[in-house]
Design a protein around this ligand. Structure first.
Ligand SMILES: [Zn+2]
Ligand SMILES: [Zn+2]
Ligand SMILES: [Zn+2]
Length: 285
């Protein structure tokens, strides 16, 4: 069973979960069979939830992670299509998917904290390319959430004040290129109004899909992480999705200081991105 402890010197939370080592890896394992593809449903633990439909009987499935980080670790199989990603799924499907995100986050809300994230590409830590989202429940509120909450208080909120270099606003949502980008080509998506808990409405799926499409096509992003931050119970917050492209690795300096180095011009990116994102949202690209 995984267990949690805090490193006494640096204050870093560490979860020890030896199980994780046994994870299958699409590129490294000989004779790899994808447990998330239709026809292989028996390879996952018993299903928690599904959205029925399509020729395979389901369009989204939710199962427990066989190699969990914590006791509550769910995998959402985003689509029956092994090669899909948020940028290639049709808009209706993305909206169905984000509604499943909302439902699972809601169902797990009695935990101290719940993180929803996606790893896309091996450079982002994905061991299986089949598109999937993960949700991990924690017994503690991570330091990132505590720090963000302090800056996301209603009436004094970084996102309400539209902190960013440039932003694109559509259908009650903001695609925001932050002033300080912690990784190259970082982009946030959040509601225009101050909402604590993830509450997507249809334009959100379109904006999410368009953002990923633009990053891949215009900026050569191959691997990325997506994290969804919402309020831990009892805290103020402004929910947001952070899209974090992984153009390089974190090395000694980053590990030794907790700081980040980006080697490109964030201002130039902000201008170019906000210039082209409208055409992607409209669906003409
Ligand atoms: Zn697959
Ligand atoms: Zn706010
Ligand atoms: Zn955040």
């Amino acid at each position: 069973m995984p267990y949690l402890e805090r490193d006494p010197l640096r204050g870093i939370w560490v979860i020890t979960s030896p199980e994780r080592k046994r994870r299958p890896h699409e590129d490294r394992d000989k004779g790899f069979v994808c447990p998330f593809c239709p026809g292989n449903e028996h390879m996952t633990p018993p299903e928690i939830y599904r959205v029925p439909g399509g020729k395979d009987g389901w369009v989204v499935r939710v199962v427990p992670n066989r190699y969990p980080i914590t006791d509550v670790h769910e995998v959402i199989v985003d689509s029956p299509d092994h090669d899909a990603d948020l940028d290639t799924m049709d808009e209706r499907h993305v909206n169905v998917l984000v509604e499943v995100w909302r439902e699972r986050l809601e169902a797990l809300r009695n935990n101290a904290y719940v993180l929803l994230f996606r790893n896309y590409g091996h450079g982002a830590g994905a061991s299986i390319m089949h598109p999937h989202t993960q949700i991990v429940a924690l017994d503690v509120v991570p330091d990132v959430a505590l720090r963000e909450s302090a800056n996301l208080r209603e009436h004094d909120c970084v996102l309400c004040s539209m902190y960013g270099r440039k932003a694109f606003i559509s259908g009650g949502y903001v695609i925001n290129v932050p002033e300080v980008q912690t990784v190259p080509y970082e982009v946030w998506i959040h509601p225009l109004s101050h909402r604590r808990h993830f509450s997507p409405s249809p334009p959100f799926g379109r904006l999410l899909s368009a953002t990923v499409r633009a990053l891949k096509r215009e900026f050569n992003v191959r691997d990325y992480n997506l994290v969804l931050h919402q309020a831990p119970e009892g805290y103020d917050y402004h929910w947001h999705v952070e899209i974090l492209p992984r153009m390089g690795r974190f090395a000694g300096f980053e590990l030794g200081t907790g700081m980040r180095v980006v080697h490109y011009d964030p201002e130039e990116f902000a201008w170019k991105f906000t210039d082209i994102i409208a055409t992607y949202v409209k669906g003409s690209t």
